[in-house]
Design a protein around this ligand. Structure first.
Ligand code: APR
Length: 248
């Protein structure tokens, strides 16, 4: 019986359409806390007060205070070996796309070229009135919600609870999940839909599911074929090495 690492590497080598689905766990080793672990962001900033569209509309200044704090964390963060391992698979022609729930831009900064930002990108902000999107400039932080040149309130260009997932991201992610024959799930608690539906869709279409996490999730017993336990900054580079060994 081959071990999960060998099974995962063999599946990637044999795969024709390999994709990754990532969550906050892949960025923890870049210094960005995840959301639901004991030291997670939602323990400091309860999502019902800071991460719903209703909370934002009720008090944009207050909600912006949290997003500026998070923005400061993101601006100090750099891709870690986990991000770079996915880029290495892409550069070998063994990864078609990354569907990420993360808003930290780290997959792009690691050199991934097909990144489907399912929950937006906190490096940008969007006008609620004219929809203009501009970079979020941390140097212009004030205690007030930033305003657009049209006078409208700017909102971080991320999907808050109660927001719709951007149409283009839904289309691209659904297409990728429906056509994948291997999915590498990294660092997600599998608790937030519709993102969590994507690996399930792929599984129903016959995909081989690899899961990298510190602990089991709802996916593990339900759809995972090869579970690689440990921090993504270790498990993903190890997986790339195992793929390279087979290809040699
Ligand atoms: N390596 C691998 N996995 C890790 C690591 C690590 N170094 N650190 C934490 N994890 C795992 C945790 O065990 C957990 O299963 O990453 C997962 C993080 O789960 P969440 O904090 O719930 O983050 P995520 O799944 O991305 O949340 C989904 O919820 O709050 C919304 O919009 C937000 O995109 C987010 C969505």
């Amino acid at each position: 019986m081959t071990n999960p690492l060998q099974q995962a590497a063999q599946a990637i080598v044999a795969g024709k359409h390999v994709i990754a689905v990532t969550g906050a766990g892949i960025s923890v080793e870049s210094g960005i806390p995840d959301f639901r672990s004991p030291s997670g962001i939602w323990n400091t900033y309860p999502p019902e007060q800071y991460a719903t569209i209703d909370a934002f509309m009720a008090d944009p200044d207050r909600v912006w205070n949290m997003w500026y704090d998070l923005g400061a964390m993101l601006s100090d963060a750099a891709p870690n070996p986990g991000h770079h391992a996915l880029t290495a698979l892409q550069d070998m022609g063994r990864l078609d796309a990354v569907i990420t729930q993360n808003i930290d831009n780290l997959h792009e900064e690691a050199g991934c070229t097909t990144v489907i930002e399912y929950h937006g990108n906190a490096k940008h902000m969007r006008c609620l009135d004219c929809q203009r999107v501009v970079p979020l400039d941390m140097d212009k932080r004030t205690s007030k919600a930033p305003r657009c040149t049209c006078g409208g309130i700017m909102k971080p260009d991320v999907v808050l609870f109660g927001d719709l997932i951007p149409e283009e991201a839904v289309r691209a992610a659904d297409h990728a999940a429906e056509n994948a024959d291997v999915v590498i799930i990294v660092g997600t608690s599998a608790t937030v839909y519709p993102a969590a539906q994507l690996p399930i869709t792929a599984k129903h279409n016959g995909a081989f599911i690899i899961e990298c996490n510190l602990e089991a999730t709802d996916f593990t017993a339900r759809i995972t074929d090869a579970f690689l336990e440990g921090p993504a900054g270790t498990t993903l580079p190890t997986l790339v090495e195992a793929v390279l060994e087979i290809l040699q």
